[in-house]
Write a protein that binds this ligand. Structure first.
Ligand SMILES: Cc1ncc(COP(=O)(O)O)c(C=O)c1O
Length: 415
């Protein structure tokens, strides 16, 4: 790893090799094909809130693996718990004691949860919610936000490519924070056919500004689901444990029937969880769902350590502190350079967009310059703070965004 700073040689060579043996050389949300050339595709290692690419370049990481990194890469408490379990075994012929312990921890932490099931990914967790809602209600239709991502399965995939239209016949859409549009979706589906209404803790659809939920909308969804006998399903995959320890809508006092979790719950170890109320236990007991690696003990041990550490060390406060420092700094720089931006969503899961940026050209130039200066951001997806982001990390990130604002101003002028 002795390349000069800014070198991309090893990364380029790996991209060439990958193109010969993998679709597009890299697929999915971690592909940088549509990002500026400054972005590394391949990483070597991470520590705390920093990552190093395969050419040895160091970055402050404000994407946190698109969410899983919540305590810091290679957090010693989590790594120690994972190592202890790994010594005993990981995938065995049945689960370890840690599965029951993790379920107990979820049930005691998340207010609506009376039981828990574990899987691997967010898509597993949301699909489990839908199956359980269908099993409990005996209905098929699902109502969800018109741009929300709930996973790559046929019923939830935002792309129609490779999805049969039949997989979508039971899907009806609403507009976030717009109760009449939810009522309309119920009417279109036939209220007696709706098994579940999916909702995100706040609107965090990729490619658009984020929007916090209104109390009226949250309470209205609960009331509609109760009136028509549908399950209210909270998709906590992206936001879970970054807003509140007891569930993202805990302060609103609105409880879902089912919730889906993944990303951050194991600080990077592969695990998803579906939680539910007593009423939906019957459906959860009747569906058949399993996976070869769903009962791995190491990710469960990692998840116990992650959740306990987040609670004990007040990880959410640390993310809020770092997030506020970042938001205030970006606000200051935007005014200084006369480049109008919108910062939306909670500071722990921030989103930045530029006035007049229809094709994301300003956001792309901004994030390209930031990557060149050693900071990983994203032009069209929210960013993630973690509890390991220090003031020094944020100040380092702000040095990079200062240059990024200068770049945008020089290229596009002021707004
Ligand atoms: C809100 C939300 N739900 C579900 C998913 C799917 O999770 P996974 O990619 O782990 O299957 C994601 C992934 O980004 C997500 O952000």
């Amino acid at each position: 790893m002795n390349n000069p700073a800014g070198s991309r040689e090893v990364d380029q060579a790996l991209r060439t090799r990958a193109r010969d043996v993998m679709p597009n050389g890299m697929y999915g949300h971690l592909s940088v094909r549509r990002l500026p050339p400054e972005y590394p595709q391949f990483y070597d290692h991470g520590a705390g809130a920093r990552v190093w690419d395969v050419d040895g370049n160091e970055y402050v990481d404000l994407m946190c693996g698109f969410g899983p990194n919540i305590l810091g890469y290679r957090n010693s408490i989590v790594e120690n718990a994972a190592s202890v379990q790994r010594e005993r075994g990981d995938t065995l012929s049945g689960p370890g004691e840690c599965m029951v312990e993790l379920a107990e921890l979820f049930v005691s932490s998340v207010s609506h949860a009376h039981w828990a099931m574990f899987a691997k990914n967010g898509t597993d967790a949301t699909s489990l919610c839908l199956s359980i809602a269908r099993a409990t209600t005996g209905r098929s239709a699902v109502v969800m936000d018109n741009g929300a991502y709930h996973g790559w399965a046929g019923w939830s995939n935002l792309s129609p490519v490779g999805v049969s239209p039949q997989e979508r016949v039971n899907v009806f859409r609403y507009v976030y924070n717009d109760l009449p549009s939810v009522e309309l979706a119920f009417q279109e589906a036939g209220p007696e056919n709706v098994a579940a209404v999916f909702v995100s803790p706040f609107r965090h659809n990729a490619g658009s500004d984020q929007e916090m939920v209104t109390g009226e909308f949250a309470r209205g969804l609960r009331e509609l689901c109760d009136r028509f006998g549908a399950a209210l399903v909270m998709d906590e995959v992206r936001a879970g444990f970054r807003l509140h320890h007891g569930g993202s809508w805990e302060p609103l006092g609105v409880e879902p029937d089912l919730s889906a979790w993944s990303k951050a719950i194991g600080n990077g170890y592969p695990i998803g969880a579906t939680l539910g109320s007593k009423k939906f236990l019957d459906g959860a007991e009747r569906i058949f769902a399993t996976g070869s690696f769903w009962f791995q003990a190491v990710p469960m041990a990692a998840a116990i350590a992650t959740i306990q550490t987040l609670q004990a060390e007040n990880g959410i406060d640390a993310m809020v502190r770092a997030g506020n420092r970042l938001r205030e700094g970006i606000d200051r720089q935007s005014k200084e350079y006369g480049v109008e931006v919108r910062q939306s969503g909670p500071v722990q899961i921030p989103n930045l967009s530029f006035a007049g940026d229809v094709e994301f050209e300003r956001a792309l130039a901004f994030c390209g310059a930031a990557a060149r200066n050693g900071v990983i951001l994203h032009p069209a997806h929210n960013w993630f703070l973690c509890a390991a982001h220090t003031d020094e990390d944020i100040d380092r990130a702000l040095e990079a965004t200062e240059d990024a604002f200068r770049t945008v101003r020089a290229k596009f002028g002021g707004t």
